[in-house]
Design a protein around this ligand. Sequence first.
Ligand SMILES: Cc1cc2nc3c(=O)[nH]c(=O)nc-3n(C[C@H](O)[C@H](O)[C@H](O)COP(=O)(O)OP(=O)(O)OC[C@H]3O[C@@H](n4cnc5c(N)ncnc54)[C@H](O)[C@@H]3O)c2cc1C
Length: 262
Amino acid sequence: MSLRIVVCVKYVPDATGDRQFADDLTTDRESVDGLLSELDEYAVEQALQIGENSDDDAEITVLTVGPEDAKDALRKALSMGADKAVHVEDDDLHGTDALGTSAVLAKAIEKTGYDLVMCGMASTDGTMGVLPALLSERLGVPQVTLLSEVSVTDGKVNGRRDGDAATEQLEASLPAVVSVTDLSGEARYPSFKGIMAAKKKPVESLDLDDLDIDADEVGLEGSWTKVDEATPRPARTAGTVVTDEGEGAKQLAEYLAGQKFI
Ligand SMILES: Cc1cc2nc3c(=O)[nH]c(=O)nc-3n(C[C@H](O)[C@H](O)[C@H](O)COP(=O)(O)OP(=O)(O)OC[C@H]3O[C@@H](n4cnc5c(N)ncnc54)[C@H](O)[C@@H]3O)c2cc1C
């Protein structure tokens, strides 16, 4: 019997680039480079480790909903060691919010087949951290989220969630959805062999028709949330330089008091 793991990975705009809103107040994904969301690398790593430690054969599929360039994120995950990829791409997805994205991901996960769905703790652009819970609801399976340790044994997923006040040991029967944190263990770098092997691994492309989703259920029209207004953050000012000529500490304290910091 094989253990089927689907890892949801997001292609996000590079945070070091100059990110902008497009005219329709969606994120401008055209003018900046993108990459595999760093927090999703942890999910890929944990999926690979579960596969390596499994007595059963494991098949690891990486799945993204995103534009053409999102294939780069899939290739990176494949070069880390995932077996195959699914890319959901459709012009009508432009402007889809978290609820719409979860509907599309859930249909793609069901079509792919799964025992375990793995996510990052949040994307590095939207950072809502809601997708794992939305997926669990849509798929009708348990969720075990924000794990810093995760393993699969005897048809169950086990994990540790470290909170501020307590550490919880959690368990759910498969099929299930989990998310892992950045404390779950460093993600491996793709090896040269892995990068070469990834070029030959299958990437399945799906559109909304393939998933039986109507265009009006997604996109800006189908979204439950809407951005009404966006104002660019003001440019940084030069700041105040305090030159210490014996009175530096006093001047600093006066400045902080003036700003109501102390
Ligand atoms: C082409 C495109 C256009 C979009 N336009 C808009 C828009 O105009 N307005 C808007 O509100 N939203 C838009 N979205 C959706 C948005 O970018 C997020 O995917 C969605 O809102 C989820 O929120 P989040 O990124 O905060 O995810 P989180 O809930 O923080 O993500 C948690 C985890 O879910 C998984 N995940 C999240 N997103 C994806 C994904 N796309 N594919 C695979 N796995 C994923 C990852 O494992 C991630 O670590 C668009 C998405 C795409 C692909």
